[in-house]
Write a protein that binds this ligand. Structure first.
Ligand code: ZN
Ligand code: ZN
Length: 245
């Protein structure tokens, strides 16, 4: 930090304002804005808020202007011995150096504290990232096992579907056989009718009322296949018995 670019800050820790105009300087090398200096040093005895030094001497606290007029600068040290001028300048520069060093130390302290916080945050982030990674791995494992279960279900579904198709093929085959048997039976009864052995008005009992189902291949057949196979045979027997009478 260049000393010429440095701006004095109010040494009150709750203020820290950049100073200009009138300020309060102390023998213990502290400086305050006009407002805080007026508040602190109006009491007796005056105590420096920054270092708690007793400022009981007449010139221990001093209100001064940071940018004095050219006339003031031209006259303030006039007439003093060169050694006195140098001594005054030396003390003024000591004050300035002290303030610059104080600010530098404060900045270094803040910097190291911020660095510590950054390190702490980095540590925290690493821990969080590790725990998230563990969670993620656990979830990946869960997904993999669920995929396996899904594959197993798919395999079982395909097996069941294959068995169902097989049963369906068997059913269609049996249905075809049944239909051809019924057609044969119907042709026989027509032959009996035409040979005059049966009266024309007595239609074969197996034709009514579900006679037109013989040629139906719709889903109704699937439902009634096992239901009416036996009764049809019974009706066919009763038909034969009737003919014998
Ligand atoms: Zn202040
Ligand atoms: Zn002080």
């Amino acid at each position: 930090m260049s000393a010429s670019k440095f701006t004095l800050l109010c040494n009150s820790h709750k203020c820290r304002a950049k100073l200009s105009g009138f300020v309060w300087v102390t023998a213990c090398s502290h400086v305050y804005c006009d407002q805080h200096g007026s508040e602190e040093f109006s009491r007796t005895p005056a105590i420096c808020p920054a270092c708690s030094s007793m400022l009981s001497g007449k010139l221990d606290v001093f209100r001064t202007e940071l940018a004095p007029s050219e006339q003031y600068k031209a006259m303030v040290l006039v007439g003093l011995q060169p050694e006195t001028v140098l001594e005054i300048s030396h003390k003024a520069l000591d004050f300035w150096t002290y303030q610059v060093n104080q600010e530098r130390m404060l900045m270094e302290y803040n910097l190291s504290r911020a660095g510590g916080q950054v390190l702490q945050m980095e540590k925290c982030m690493i821990q969080q990232s590790q725990s998230k990674e563990l969670e993620l791995n656990a979830l990946r494992g869960e997904i993999a096992s669920l995929k396996k279960v899904l594959e197993e279900y798919k395999r079982k579904y395909n097996e069941v579907l294959e068995r169902l198709n097989e049963r369906n093929r068997q059913y269609q085959k049996l249905q075809g056989l049944l239909d051809s048997l019924r057609i044969t039976e119907y042709e026989k009864s027509l032959q009996l009718l035409s040979s005059g052995l049966v009266k024309p008005h007595s239609s074969p009992s197996f034709l009514a009322p579900e006679g037109d189902r013989f040629f139906s291949l719709g889903p109704e057949n699937a439902k009634t296949f096992f239901q009416f196979s036996t009764p049809t045979r019974d009706r066919a027997q009763s038909f034969i018995k009737k003919n014998e009478v």
